[in-house]
Design a protein around this ligand. Structure first.
Ligand code: FES
Ligand code: MG
Length: 579
């Protein structure tokens, strides 16, 4: 156990000091804190806790976080700390274009630089909508202060005409029903008001729920935090508890690097796979691990997937339940209690010296929502990693969310050069698309998208939908929403925009997907591919200036986490006051 530090050892002491010996700058910082309206006894000698808040009027998943920051402050004050709230960028999955993935690394940079440049001893991070979780934790890991993550929590289940609706998942489903003429505009208007009925992130096991669960598995949230519904009063109590915890962590100098170990990331991968979670977690966990100095690879996911059963019977990977059901069935502690043999139990968390102690007494209250080991949703984890001449650096497929007959399939390619071209032409009967075709989308990767948009669940053509076709093999260098489903091969690396083999596919080429063998092959000879490569010319750069230009210059491929090269590389950054 780490001992309690003296206040003079806090990082913030370098800013505030005390008395004449601390110099003019400290005098100025104290004077400006008086200007903020604080008495000396309210902050001097106390742990300064930065609350990084991703609240915004435009982000429905985070609209309650303005209040929640107050509960965190309450906890910090109760424990004898000094909280300061910092508004940071909001990444709204719904509204931000072309995709908030373009801005994940920007929020990570903002997080890192704010924490480093201000008088901060520890951080509480508030977020949950998809990329917010990895962004905040990537930045915090690069600074390595004591840190607690407060997950935004899932919104309440959707409702429509007696049915329970899952955000994302049912939006796609009913939109397809509308296109197929099964429902009309009246029904669609009702659904508009029923799909998302409270603050909070998507309440399926989409990217948000997957990543906040990963954060809890990493040990950076208070126990049970990740599944508490956003508007449950328990969410306020969790936020206050997080405020209390961070003060203790600062006093004992328990930094993020003590928690974010290789074992912790293995357990996070195990968790994500056992939850049947989002494919996006593959990219984000690799990036987060990279910031923590841990090497995590696609092969780690495939290796772990083969031994982890899917136990969470939650949409879209399992079903039919939603996150609120998962919460009341025991939440993540209950889930983890079922896989303790697959976890590293001797590692610390923000709340306990070991995960073993944290999970002691954790129970499952509903064996249908959180399945037993003898009755899993699927015998293997939900994500498979594919290799082959179409994806030399890997690709992923969430096979448990696909129609089983497509998991071994050969079909002719129908190639779309970009998303807009696909939207314009996919319903054109002249293309002659059948259910056996393989839909191919390119120029949708990290650089080509740009930002690797969630285009990977390509729409089934209207005429096939009307025939009852609901799944086809689709392949791309894009990502897919965590709430999506289908036989969609994603994250093909290297991407087509930088000349990956996906750039060389032509309509009519045969493509073979074999998930059991973990392969994706373009059935074209090496000689022919070499000829096509020689004739290939790189597309023009999309950005002449601005953040997009920096992004294009620095973004790494999906298999290495889509971090910026200059952020991901090892090395130290001087603390502004040190030395
Ligand atoms: Fe925010 Fe789904 S839109 S989590
Ligand atoms: Mg999403």
């Amino acid at each position: 156990m780490v001992g309690v530090r003296r206040p003079e050892e806090y990082r913030s002491h370098q800013w505030y000091g005390s008395g004449i010996s601390s110099g003019l700058r400290s005098f100025s910082h104290r004077a400006r804190t008086r200007q903020l309206g604080y008495l000396p006894e309210e902050h001097l000698g106390k742990p300064v806790v930065a609350i990084l808040n991703t609240w915004s009027d435009i982000n429905p998943c985070h609209q309650h976080l303005r209040d929640r920051a107050q509960a965190v402050k309450r906890g910090v004050w109760q424990a004898g700390g000094f909280p300061l709230e910092f508004p940071v960028a909001t990444l709204s999955e719904t509204f931000q274009k072309p995709t908030p993935m373009l801005y994940r690394n920007m929020l990570a940079m903002e997080t890192e630089e704010l924490l480093r440049s201000y008088p901060v001893d520890g951080a509480v991070l508030l977020g949950g909508c998809d990329k917010s979780t990895p962004a905040l934790l990537m930045g915090a890991a690069s600074v390595d202060l004591p840190t607690v993550f407060v997950p935004a929590g899932p919104m309440l289940p959707g409702h429509w005409r007696g049915e329970t609706l899952g955000s994302g998942t049912d939006m796609w489903k009913y939109w397809d029903d509308r296109r197929a003429g099964l429902i009309g505009d009246c029904e669609l208007a009702e659904l508009e008001s029923g799909l998302a009925r409270s603050p909070g992130h998507c309440m399926t096991m989409g990217t948000a729920s997957t990543l906040t669960a990963a954060a809890e598995a990493l040990g950076v949230t208070v126990p049970g935090a990740s599944s508490i519904p956003a508007v449950d009063s328990g969410h306020d109590r969790m936020a206050a508890a997080s405020g209390i915890r961070i003060v203790d962590l600062v006093r004992r100098d328990v930094r993020l690097s003590r928690l974010l170990t290789a074992e912790a990331f293995e357990d996070a991968v195990t968790t994500v796979l056992g939850l049947g979670g989002s494919t996006n977690a593959v990219i984000h966990l690799i990036a987060m691990a990279g910031r923590a100095g841990v090497r995590l690879t696609l092969d780690d996911f495939d290796r772990i997937a083969r031994k982890v059963p899917v136990l969470a019977n939650v949409r879209p990977g399992g079903g039919p339940y939603l996150m609120e059901d998962f919460h009341f069935a025991g939440g993540l502690p209950g889930f983890l209690s079922r896989i303790t043999d697959l976890l590293h139990l001797d590692r610390p968390t923000v709340a306990h010296p070991t995960l073993r102690e944290q999970l002691a007494g954790a129970l499952v209250h509903n064996d249908d929502v959180i399945r037993t080991r003898t009755n899993p949703v699927a015998a293997e984890g939900g994500v498979a990693v594919l290799r082959g001449n179409l994806c030399p650096d890997g690709a992923v497929v969430k096979h448990i969310a696909a129609e089983p007959h497509l998991l071994r399939h050969t079909g002719p390619a129908v190639v779309f050069d970009d998303y807009k071209a696909m939207q314009r032409t996919i319903n054109d009967p002249a293309l002659g698309i059948t259910a056996d075709h393989v839909l191919v989308l390119r120029n949708a990767g990290p650089k080509g998208g740009p930002g690797m948009p969630e285009y990977g669940m390509l729409p089934i053509p209207d005429h096939l939908l009307k025939q009852g076709v609901r799944d086809m093999v689709r392949i791309s260098d894009a990502r897919m929403s965590g709430t999506s489903y289908g036989a969609c091969v994603l994250h093909i690396a290297p991407e087509s925009y930088v000349g990956g083999p996906l750039a060389l596919v032509r309509s009519g080429d045969l493509i073979t997907l074999d998930v059991a063998a973990r392969t994706l092959r373009l059935e074209v000879s090496d000689e022919e591919l070499a000829e096509r490569r020689a004739a290939w010319t790189p597309p023009p750069e999309r950005y002449e200036r601005g953040y997009g230009a920096l992004y294009a210059e620095q973004i790494t491929q999906a298999d290495t986490g889509c971090d910026f090269a200059f952020l991901a590389r090892p090395g130290t950054v001087p603390d502004p006051y040190a030395g």
